[in-house]
Design a protein around this ligand. Structure first.
Ligand SMILES: Nc1nc2c(ncn2[C@@H]2O[C@H](COP(=O)(O)OP(=O)(O)OP(=O)(O)O)[C@@H](O)[C@H]2O)c(=O)[nH]1
Ligand SMILES: [Zn+2]
Length: 201
């Protein structure tokens, strides 16, 4: 029986080539001078492969499907889900970057509103891929625009990059903030309201 990803209810390995990752991890262990057959490491290639299936599950997920269920709620003002925690993987070093996403939109005139949890799921669809923070931010906002046709959308992402903390320049605690704005959220007053709600902790 194969393992099932509890979140996605899909067999682990349906998204990635598990044996190929196992082989590659074994090669890395050999390349760093380790013995991949010692007892502590014997199951590591398999574990890493299953972990990668989870960490990169977003590559096979469709943002349109996540946002496909909408509700007719007559709300013409800002809807904002803030402080959505997430983990992603820096495509330059394949180490994590993690932090919070703040996702907001002003619904279309016909009141097309999605479930709040879907905004958090949307973040994960794009976070669970090899990423850079700027692209993560614009992919989220552009998916909102494409699938909800809102009058405005805003995404702010704050992250710490492990590639800047644990190696390289070694600046733990440094935060990178990116934002992307579409539609009427470009208007200074609307944008200021959204930013004050996002930044007001
Ligand atoms: N713009 C952007 N840069 C990123 C992101 N994640 C990591 N980086 C940067 O990618 C760059 C890669 O730089 P390179 O000079 O090619 O690689 P490197 O020699 O490992 O660089 P250092 O990290 O400075 O040691 C680094 O400056 C990282 O900080 C990201 O999400 N966005
Ligand atoms: Zn990096």
């Amino acid at each position: 029986m194969c393992d099932v990803d509890e979140e996605q209810q899909e067999p682990i390995g349906s998204t990635v080539d598990l044996p190929r990752i196992e082989q590659a991890v074994r090669e890395i262990l050999l390349a760093i001078g380790e013995d991949p057959d010692r007892s502590g490491l014997a199951d590591t290639p398999g574990r890493v492969a299953r972990a990668y299936a989870e960490v990169f599950a977003g590559l096979k997920q469709d943002p349109g499907e996540v946002l496909s269920r909408t509700f007719d709620i007559s709300h013409q003002e800002l809807v904002l889900v803030k402080d959505i925690p997430f983990y992603s993987t820096c495509e330059h070093h394949l180490v994590p970057f993690h932090g919070f996403a703040h996702v907001g939109y002003i619904p279309s005139h016909d009141g097309k509103v999605t479930g709040l949890s879907k905004l958090a799921r949307l973040v994960d669809v794009f976070a669970k891929r090899p990423q850079v923070q700027e692209r993560l931010t614009t992919q989220i906002v552009d998916a909102l625009v494409e699938h909800l046709k809102p009058r405005g959308a805003i995404v702010v992402v704050e992250c710490e990059h492990m590639c800047m903390s644990m190696r390289g320049v070694r600046k733990p605690g440094a935060k990178t903030v990116t934002s992307a704005v579409r539609g009427i959220l470009h208007e200074p007053a609307t944008r200021a309201e959204a930013m004050s709600l996002i930044l007001g902790k």
